[in-house]
Write a protein that binds this ligand. Structure first.
Ligand code: DMJ
Length: 632
């Protein structure tokens, strides 16, 4: 069993310089220096003199009043006279200081709707008033990349799920609902790309209903996070909750909501035809039937990553059935045995029991942990505190059982327990695990900046531990990119724990971590995945540390260099450790839905889709936190 890492308060760097208390004399001199009053006018006239006397009197009264209160408590404490005297003066000073101190300037809190307007303005008129021109230019580069990706998709594969950018054709890898159109739509809205919003919106209006009603088998999870999530977010961002399309070109927002509802009605049999509270993994759309996967099992991450979307749909439609079905999954999992909050990656919908002992935060396990905290955030104030408890217990379990450091250079990573908590530890980490730094950071500050959360005393010891772990893991995820020849991460990395042993590496011999990170031949592909840049965006916003932007920019440049296809689109790669890398001929929908969206937000103004008002579903579709949006 592993020992937990020695995270402690002293590891948390907090620069509170901006908020340190000022001395009384400094406060007065600063007040005079910054005062708008012309000093000439202060030259003593009788009226001014009387005014000053009056102010002095008020201050004196306050000090006397405070001393009365203070002396009562000190009588009880039987403190000495001199100490009381000192306290009397100190207390008076504090009151004076509080009187003179200017409140800290906080960023304006915007409603989601104001935010969307700003987002539009930011891309059309004033690119980004608060960040410098260096980052505006980089943000524009990401926007250009999105247009290039969309253009390739539109030219060669409009209406297919995915683009094959080298073959110039489309492929329906997700059941044929035009997944790229819907995954990309809210990114286009956020970037203010009205023409693409029009193209995607019209396709949805004209083609999606017949696809939903007529297509064959789809996966419940993939369809929910990409298509249902994309439609709901498009509905919100286009102003649906204000009753009209006030914010974007394209069809009326209700088109998005109607399609979302129709799709959810077709997906519901996955829940209602299962004998347990755990849904089947597959749905046949045209006859509204559902069945288990061929091995009879559902993935834990898949059944537990539907709730943000179904909850929001219930809230928009006023029909509770979507939320009720989806939330049964969590209510049921709450009752199942776990190990330190960690759960196996498979669950049986026939019995409702976990299957096997394989524990990991990579594929099939990942977004279970993500949705525990995000659904709690979404439903805050409702009866969901058990989700918060499950999340905190699980993160404690992660720190205790799965977090280790590599040798020789001590990269912090999250490994796996393929044979359960009593079996051997595996130092394997999927790139998918790189969602965790972002989730840990959001879980710690609840979307506020670290500075604000610290100032308001909102972080407990465990929050600080989780935030520190988030920062360490984000660095590790970035090193998974830097260690390869292309600067792009492999799908899976192993971490060296054996002292001298050296495995196959990423090819960048100048990386300090070339012996810490082992990349096996079968794991060298890159699918344009978003998890690392997702975490960088969140950590940048929460810590305000510019290094996260710099790291994100390096990753973006590597995507540009090695995955861009001249004729349009971007391609996944077969091997990131060699130059030129082998190309795979597939542009995943999440490159437009997630990767480019997170990069765009990373380089832009943090008030766009603020983290204390929205949660991103696991496909990066922003969903408003309950109570922050006007519901119909
Ligand atoms: C996305 O579909 C989602 O982020 C999912 O949770 C995990 N895999 C991909 C992106 O890598």
């Amino acid at each position: 069993m592993s020992k937990s890492l020695p995270y402690s308060m002293k590891d948390v760097h907090y620069d509170n310089g901006k908020f340190r208390h000022r001395s009384v004399s400094k406060a007065i001199s600063q007040a005079l220096l910054t005062s708008k009053v012309n000093p000439d006018h202060v030259k003593c006239s009788t009226g001014k003199f009387l005014g000053l006397l009056l102010i002095g009197g008020i201050v004196c009264l306050m000090m006397t009043h405070s001393s009365t209160l203070h002396s009562v408590s000190h009588d009880v404490a039987k403190d000495s006279e001199s100490k009381e005297g000192r306290n009397f003066i100190a207390d008076g000073r504090n009151r004076l200081k509080r009187l003179l101190r200017r409140p800290p300037r906080l960023p304006p809190r915007l409603s989601p709707d104001e935010m969307v307007v700003i987002s539009n303005k930011s891309t059309h008129e004033h690119p980004n008033s608060s960040s410098d021109s260096k980052w505006q230019a980089k943000q524009q580069r990401v926007k250009d990349a999105f247009v290039h990706a969309w253009t390739g998709y539109k030219n060669y594969s409009m209406g297919y799920d995915e683009l094959m950018p080298l073959s110039h054709k489309g492929v329906d890898g997700l059941g044929g609902l035009g997944a790229t159109v819907i995954d990309a739509l809210d990114t286009a809205m956020i970037m203010g790309l009205d023409e693409i919003v029009m193209e995607a919106g019209s396709w949805i209006e004209n083609h999606l209903p017949e696809r939903i009603n007529g297509k064959d088998q789809v996966n419940l999870f993939e369809t929910t996070i990409r298509v249902l999530g994309g439609l709901l977010s498009a509905y919100h961002l286009s102003g649906g909750e204000q009753g009209g399309n006030v914010l974007h070109k394209g069809p009326k927002p209700n088109i998005y909501l109607e399609n979302a509802r129709n799709l959810a009605d077709h997906l519901l049999p996955a829940f209602t035809s299962s004998p347990s509270d755990i849904p089947f993994s597959d749905v046949v759309l045209h006859d509204r039937s559902a069945h288990p996967a061929p091995d009879g099992l559902s993935s834990t991450a898949e059944v537990a990553s539907l709730q943000l979307e179904f909850n929001y749909l219930s809230s928009l439609t006023g029909d509770p059935k979507y939320s009720l079905e989806a939330m049964k999954v969590f209510q049921h999992i709450k009752t199942l045995p776990k190990h330190e909050g960690l759960v196996p990656i498979y669950i049986n919908p026939q019995t409702g029991e976990f299957n096997g002992e394989n524990i990991r935060l990579g594929s099939r396990g990942d977004s279970y942990y993500e949705y525990l905290i995000k659904v709690w955030l979404q439903q805050r104030g409702s009866n969901c505190s058990y989700l918060y408890d499950m999340y905190m217990e699980a993160m404690k379990g992660v720190r205790h059982l799965l977090v280790k450091k590599s040798v020789p250079n001590g990269l912090v990573f999250v490994g796996e327990l393929p044979y359960g908590h009593q079996g051997e530890f595996s130092p394997k980490m999927d790139h998918l695990v790189c969602f965790l730094p972002g989730t840990l950071a959001i879980g710690a500050t609840k979307g506020l900046t670290k500075e604000k959360a610290m100032r308001e005393n909102l972080l407990n010891f465990e929050d600080l531990e989780n935030l520190k772990l988030a920062e360490d893991l984000a660095k590790t995820c970035v090193e998974m990119y830097s260690v390869t020849s292309t600067g792009l991460a492999p799908e899976i990395a192993y971490f060296n724990m054996e002292g001298n042993s050296e495995g196959p590496d990423g090819g960048n011999k100048s990386s300090k971590y070339v012996n810490d990170i082992i990349i096996k031949p079968a794991d060298r592909h890159n699918l344009l995945r978003p998890e690392t840049v997702e975490s960088l965006m969140i950590l940048y916003r929460i810590t305000e540390d510019p290094k996260y932007r710099e790291w994100g920019w390096e990753i973006f440049e590597a995507f540009e260099k090695y995955t861009k296809v001249e004729s349009g689109g971007y391609t996944s790669l077969g091997d990131v450790t060699v130059i030129p890398p082998r190309r795979r001929d597939k542009m995943e929908t999440f490159f437009l839905g997630e990767t480019l969206k997170y990069l765009y937000l990373l380089f832009g103004n943090s008030n766009v889709i603020p983290l204390d008002q929205f949660v991103f579903n696991t496909e990066a579709h922003p969903i408003p936190i309950k109570g922050t949006a006007k519901h119909r």
